[in-house]
Design a protein around this ligand. Structure first.
Ligand SMILES: Cc1cc2nc3c(=O)[nH]c(=O)nc-3n(C[C@H](O)[C@H](O)[C@H](O)COP(=O)(O)OP(=O)(O)OC[C@H]3O[C@@H](n4cnc5c(N)ncnc54)[C@H](O)[C@@H]3O)c2cc1C
Length: 277
C-alpha cells in the first residue's frame, strides 16, 4: 500500500470500480445528516478504501419515551448525568447508547463505576477526560485529550506546537527519493497557555496508537509542557519516533503557528545521520 491517506467526511461510497491491476476509482456522494458539508468526488488511483460508517444507538421499541427517558434529538443518544442517571430517576444508561466516547474501555469503566457505587459501597465517577484512542490505519492516528478547537473553546488562549517531519526509518534506503517525498509523520501538542498544562496531544504516524497510551498517563497526571521535566528535560529513547514530542516542546512556543524549528531540527538530524545509507 502507498503511504498516506485522505479523509472524506459526510459522504458515502456510491461506486468502486477496478482500474487496471492494482488501482480503483471511487465515486463519493454527499450523504448523512451533514450531507451539506460533504463534497461529491470521483477519486482515481485509489489503492485502498475504508468506509467508516459510524453508529447510532438503536433505541426504538424500548418504550423509553413512556418512562420519561430523554433522548438527544440530534445524536439519538440517551441523555445522562455523570453517573449515568437518565431523566427517569430509576433508569441508568452507560456505554455506547449515551454521549460517552464509543470505546470498549469507556463502557467498561462506566460499568465498573456503576457497580462500585451501587453494589460495592465505593461511590466513584468515571473520569472520561483525556481518554486515549486511535484509528489503526496505516499510518495510525493517535489522539488523547482535546483537539485544538475544543481546547480553544474551553480555555480561550491555547499554545499549539506542531511538527511534520520524516521519521528516521523513512530515510533508510531512500537516497534516490527527494526528502520532501519521503513519508511524513505529524504531531501536535495543545497547551492551556495560562497554566502550561498539556490538554491535547495528537499524532499521525507509525505506532501512534501505542504511543498515545503513555502520554495519556502523563496528561492525566497534569503534566505541563515547558516547566516540568516530563516534556522539557525528559531524556528520551533515541531514535524512536516519539522523541519528536519531546523535541517539540524544547522550542520557542508560538500561538497558532507551526513550530518549524522542530521540523528543521529533525530534518537536519535525519539528513546528517541517515541520508547516505
Ligand atoms: C466493528 C467495531 C469495532 C470496534 N473496535 C473497537 C476498538 O478497537 N477499540 C475500542 O475501544 N472500541 C471498539 N469498538 C467499540 C466498542 O465495541 C463499544 O464501544 C463497546 O462494545 C460498547 O459497550 P456497550 O456495553 O455500551 O455496548 P455493546 O458492547 O454493544 O453491548 C450492548 C449489548 O446489549 C445488547 N442489546 C441491545 N439491545 C438489546 C435489547 N433490546 N435487549 C437486550 N439486549 C440488548 C446487545 O446485543 C449487546 O450485547 C468497536 C465497535 C465496532 C462495532
Amino acid at each position: 500500500m502507498k503511504e498516506g491517506f485522505h479523509v472524506h467526511t459526510n459522504v458515502s461510497i456510491n461506486e468502486i470500480k477496478k482500474v487496471g491491476e492494482e488501482n480503483y476509482s471511487v465515486d463519493l456522494q454527499p450523504s448523512g445528516s451533514n450531507s451539506a458539508n460533504g463534497t461529491a468526488a470521483l477519486l482515481d488511483g485509489v489503492d485502498l478504501c475504508l468506509a467508516a460508517t459510524g453508529r447510532k444507538p438503536k433505541l426504538d421499541g424500548l418504550g423509553l419515551e413512556k418512562a420519561g427517558v430523554e433522548i438527544d434529538e440530534k445524536t439519538g443518544e440517551i441523555i445522562t448525568d455523570e453517573q449515568g442517571k437518565t431523566s427517569c430517576d430509576s433508569i441508568y444508561a452507560l456505554g455506547d447508547c449515551t454521549s460517552a466516547a464509543k470505546l470498549t474501555p469507556v463502557a467498561l469503566e462506566q460499568g465498573h463505576c456503576f457497580a462500585d457505587t451501587f453494589y460495592g459501597k465505593k461511590p466513584r465517577l468515571p473520569d472520561l477526560e483525556s481518554v486515549a484512542t486511535a484509528v489503526f490505519s496505516y499510518p495510525n492516528v493517535g489522539t488523547v485529550g482535546l483537539t485544538e478547537s475544543e481546547a480553544v473553546n474551553k480555555y480561550g488562549k491555547v499554545t499549539v506546537y506542531t511538527s511534520r517531519y520524516t521519521p528516521l526509518k523513512n530515510h533508510v534506503g531512500q537516497v534516490e527519493t527527494p526528502i520532501a517525498d519521503r513519508g511524513k509523520d505529524y504531531m501536535k501538542i495543545c497547551v492551556d497557555t495560562a497554566t502550561d498544562r498539556v490538554v491535547g496531544l495528537h499524532m499521525v504516524g507509525d505506532g501512534a496508537g501505542e504511543i498515545m497510551q503513555g502520554f495519556a498517563t502523563a496528561i492525566k497526571c497534569g503534566c505541563k509542557c515547558i516547566f516540568t521535566y516530563i516534556f522539557l528535560h525528559n531524556i528520551h529513547v533515541y531514535t524512536n519516533i516519539n522523541f519528536n514530542f519531546f523535541l517539540l516542546s524544547r522550542y520557542k512556543k508560538t500561538i497558532g503557528f507551526n513550530c518549524w524549528y522542530t521540523s528543521n531540527c529533525c530534518r537536519r538530524i535525519c539528513y546528517n545521520a541517515y541520508c547516505k545509507i
